[in-house]
Design a protein around this ligand. Structure first.
Ligand code: CMP
Length: 216
């Protein structure tokens, strides 16, 4: 039996799509590690559900309430049927204290999460919807991009973006089509290949200048 199967036997549970694993504002006594499937982390702001992140295999959540002894700061919902390790506070503490490799990996993930949250703040400060789409694509390239010979490949399901960048899906499609026509990227289903991130960065700067100074 693989180490993963042993862990699943001890801590594993399967959850169907739509199951709510923790609710924002409620106390929480478990943390979760995703073995398969995806989980959406969201926050409710003035009756609108804002997606903070969609987490996949190898990622964890629910640690904040345990570490800080505070209510859940977001809601976690199963996005695609998931296999999760459900870990109680005592086991979690034992894992961190007993294995510095786990502690270091967690610190790295938390630093990535902070950097993604900073990018989201930057994104929401951009007033122009096209700039938000471009900045989001650049950020995904940086954090989850797969280098290819012809550029960087990312997963970009357009239907999932509105909740993340607060831009409507038609406007997102128009922006992506425009970039495709300009030869900045290529889209194939839920995948996008960005040929040259530096050129996309230049395009973002051009949009910002246009927004600031108007048409010249
Ligand atoms: P906790 O507050 O216990 O429950 C909700 C969890 O969502 C939280 O712990 C974090 O693990 C996770 N979470 C909160 N904000 C983010 C974010 N910006 N990106 C990814 N995960 C987050």
């Amino acid at each position: 039996m693989s180490a993963e199967d042993t862990l699943f036997q001890r801590f594993g549970k399967e959850f169907p799509k739509g199951a709510v694993l923790c609710h924002e504002g409620e106390p929480g006594k478990e943390m979760f590690v995703i073995q398969s499937g995806r989980v959406t982390i969201s926050k409710r702001v003035r009756d609108v559900e804002k997606v903070l992140a969609i987490l996949g295999p190898g990622e964890f959540f629910g640690e904040m309430a345990i570490i800080s002894n505070k209510p859940r700061n977001a809601t976690a919902t199963v996005h695609d049927d998931a296999r999760l390790l459900v870990i109680d506070p005592k086991t979690f503490e034992g894992m961190i204290r007993g294995n510095s490799e786990i502690a270091v990996r967690m610190i790295k993930k938390l630093a990535e999460r902070l950097s993604e949250a900073d990018s989201q703040i930057e994104n929401l400060l951009l007033s122009d919807p096209v700039s938000r789409v471009v900045q989001h694509i650049l950020q995904v390239c940086q954090t989850r991009g797969r280098p290819l010979e012809e550029g960087v490949e990312i997963d970009l399901p357009l239907r999932e973006l509105p909740g993340q960048i607060s831009v409507g899906e038609p406007a997102i499609r128009l922006a992506v089509n425009r970039m495709e026509r300009a030869g900045l990227l290529e889209r194939s289903g839920d995948r996008v290949t960005v040929y040259d991130t530096a050129r996309l960065q230049d395009f973002l700067q051009y949009l910002e200048m246009k927004w600031k100074f108007g048409e010249l």
